[in-house]
Ligand binder design. Structure first.
Ligand code: CUK
Ligand code: CUA
Ligand code: CA
Length: 651
């Protein structure tokens, strides 16, 4: 080991590799050493070995990489450099401060970015199939997609990370499917979908959030009014259509209840104390065409008292529709007649879009869209006023096309202006003090490129936002990137908001595949994924090398095999045309980042196998011939040789 500090990561790696080889010789030890440290995803495993061996041998000189180990969550870096210019550069080998989970829109997936680098770390397929991760190609995920409608795409909009006590707990991401009325749950232990539910009595599950402080319930709201049940009745009688607000149990992922409302439900957010949920309604007219839906000067925010809903259910005041307990929350419902109504309809100017609750839980702020204002609802007043309109305590004029609002935890709100292509920063309390329609609460505006939809601040959906980064998801990118044909990328822009004196600073453009709608930004130290599978968590038989076997029974062939560098259990497998073939394959590696796959291209099979995972694929062998099976992940120097033959004999 040299005594001078390492200068370049590649040199450092080379030094450690040399050191490993020398130490191995010295120690006469060729055992595999694996520290299995969380989040130490260094591509060169020998660096890990070098650290372990170096520490064991009492060597110094490894400070460079040991610092890297200590900087486990990467959140201790000072982002200010005294000039008011934020340091957003994350050098090679360093980790980001935050995870961002972005929806993929009609791509149907979720993207994981590092913030502030904006590097895309992963995509998590949800309602789409994805060969790179084998999602929708193995029996289990295929069945999950088939049982929830059999669609091959979805439209993800609002990823919400689970919370405990109004703070991200890093357990799940919940994500809606606006296209087919579904909700999915991503387990952050493995960054993969573990549940999907097809929501009855709801067309177009758009807004999504969860009941705070603990997200015991996940909410999905129906944007498209339709007959309930939608079974052929009331086809052309739009007045008889309805939208529903759905509550799903976080753990069982079963539907607990629904509330039927007047108008429609667009975006949604939860109050912080377990009672209120808010959803914007742009179609109070209950129209089916654009002129009808924009006819009136006022629409509303539906304020759902979830405790009153649960009281109604307790009292038996519900109807069973498609297996779901549905409470009637429409304006003329008897449940809205007393002094404990299930839904309060707070009027606001025409066709509002986003609605979000301030970090302190005091206000729900609805963005005006067709009106240049935001409407501030004082949540405590909902209980006290006779006329719900009196719960509105502010209406600042912000600019053209306000869509969504985020918070920095210092009393400021940030609202996207779709038409103006700007983000406006404004003072919430000043807006409550000011006359309605005043622009005095506006602090500053910054141009974005172009036409922003959502914006999200770091930890903005919790009670304690970080107030440093703001991610703006622009719908149009026009002249910002090299042209790639007539379908343009979106432009996700990163803005630094940590310095109120210097103001908002645009620091990064990031082209992204269409089309993110919303995101959640979570401190890196709150998420702790597994580096390899725990076989206890896998719902399939773990096949050790000695368990490999081929079981033949009545036209069924079950192949149980393992995979490891650089082979599968069997060099060839013979079956007969027409056999139903099931493969159960385990990756028996224990070394992180060594992924194998079982690809059988002619049968459209592509199982991705992370270490200690087991996946299954079943198909009918209806094509006689030689079918090469191979590993599609470049796993070692002999990766190309990692293949076997499936021989299908003619019947
Ligand atoms: S919606 Cu797409 S920009 Cu789904 Cu929250 Cu507003
Ligand atoms: Cu295993 Cu490539
Ligand atoms: Ca309207």
């Amino acid at each position: 080991m040299t005594s001078k500090p390492p200068t370049h990561p590649v040199d450092t790696l080379q030094e450690h590799e040399d050191e490993v080889n020398r130490l191995k010789e010295d120690l006469g030890d060729d055992n595999e050493v694996n520290l299995q440290l969380p989040r130490l995803d260094i591509a060169r495993r020998d660096l890990v070995k070098a650290s372990a061996l170096g520490a064991a041998a009492g060597l110094t000189g490894l400070s460079g990489c040991l610092d890297l180990l200590n900087d486990e969550n990467g959140t201790d870096r000072d982002r200010t450099n005294g000039n008011g210019v934020p340091d957003h550069h994350v050098p090679p080998g360093e980790l980001d401060d935050y995870y961002a989970f972005l929806s993929g829109g009609h791509s149907g997936d979720i993207r994981v970015y590092g913030i502030p680098s904006m590097r895309q770390l992963m995509r998590i397929p949800v309602f789409n199939t994805e060969s790179a991760r084998g999602y929708g190609f193995d029996d289990k995920t295929k069945a999950m997609l088939e049982e929830t409608g059999g669609y091959t795409w979805g439209d993800t909009h609002h990823p919400r990370v689970s919370q405990t006590n109004n703070d991200y707990d890093g357990e799940y991401v919940f994500i809606n499917d606006k296209a087919h009325g579904r909700m999915a749950r991503i387990n952050l232990k493995y960054f993969e979908v573990d549940a999907i539910i097809d929501i009855p009595n709801q067309e177009g599950t758009h807004g999504a959030c969860g009941r705070l402080p603990d997200m015991d319930l996940v909410y999905g709201v129906g944007e498209f009014r339709a007959p309930v049940p939608n079974d052929g009745r009331d086809l052309d009688d739009p007045a008889a259509y309805a939208s529903t607000f759905t509550a799903i149990d976080r753990e069982s992922f079963n539907i607990e209840w629904q509330v039927m409302v007047d108008g429609n439900l667009d975006n949604t957010d939860s109050g912080k104390n377990g009672r209120w949920a808010f959803a914007s309604c742009y179609n109070s007219e209950e129209g089916v065409t654009e002129p009808e839906m924009t006819r009136d000067d006022l629409d509303w925010v539906s304020c759902i008292d979830t405790l009153a809903v649960e009281d109604a259910i307790e009292a038996g005041d519900y109807e069973m529709l498609n297996g779901v307990r549905v409470v009637d929350g429409r304006q003329d419902s008897p449940l809205n007649a007393g002094d404990n109504p299930v839904v309060r309809y707070v009027p606001c100017p025409t066709n509002p879009h986003g609605v979000s609750v301030t970090p302190d839980g005091q206000y729900a702020i609805a963005s005006g869209k067709l009106d240049p204002t935001c409407t501030i609802i004082d949540i405590d007043l909902l209980d006290e006023v006779d006329d719900p309109a009196d719960a509105v305590v502010g209406q600042p004029e912000l600019g053209l096309g306000p869509l969504h609002t985020a918070y920095d935890g210092r009393g400021h709100a940030y609202t996207t202006l779709f038409v103006d292509s700007q983000v406006v920063k404004w003072d919430i309390e000043a807006a409550v003090e000011a006359e309605p329609g005043s622009d005095a609460p506006v602090i500053e505006k910054i141009d974005v490129h172009y036409n922003p939809g959502h914006l999200i601040a770091s930890e903005s959906y919790t009670a304690d936002p970080e107030g440093d980064w703001l991610l703006v998801l622009n719908k149009l990118s026009q002249d910002r990137f090299l042209p790639v044909g007539p379908i343009f990328p979106e432009n996700d822009q990163l803005i630094y908001i940590g310095d109120d004196e210097a103001g908002m600073q645009l620091v990064k453009d990031t082209p992204t595949y269409p089309e993110p709608h919303d995101a959640t930004i979570v401190s890196a130290d709150k998420i702790d994924p597994m580096p390899i599978y725990d076989p206890e968590d896998v719902d399939a038989e773990f096949i050790r090398p000695e368990d490999a076997e081929i079981i033949r029974e009545d036209g069924r062939v079950h192949i149980k095999m393992h995979s490891t560098r650089n082979q599968f259990s069997f060099p060839d497998i013979t079956v007969t045309e027409g056999d139903e073939v099931t493969f159960t394959v385990t990756n028996t590696e224990t070394q992180q980042d060594i992924i194998h796959s079982l690809a059988i291209p002619n049968y459209d099979v592509q199982l991705a196998l992370a270490p200690q995972d087991t996946r299954e694929a079943t198909f009918i062998a209806d094509e006689p011939g030689v079918h090469w099976m191979y590993c599609a992940y470049f796993c070692s120097a002999l990766h190309l040789e990692m293949r076997s033959r499936l021989l299908v004999e003619p019947a």
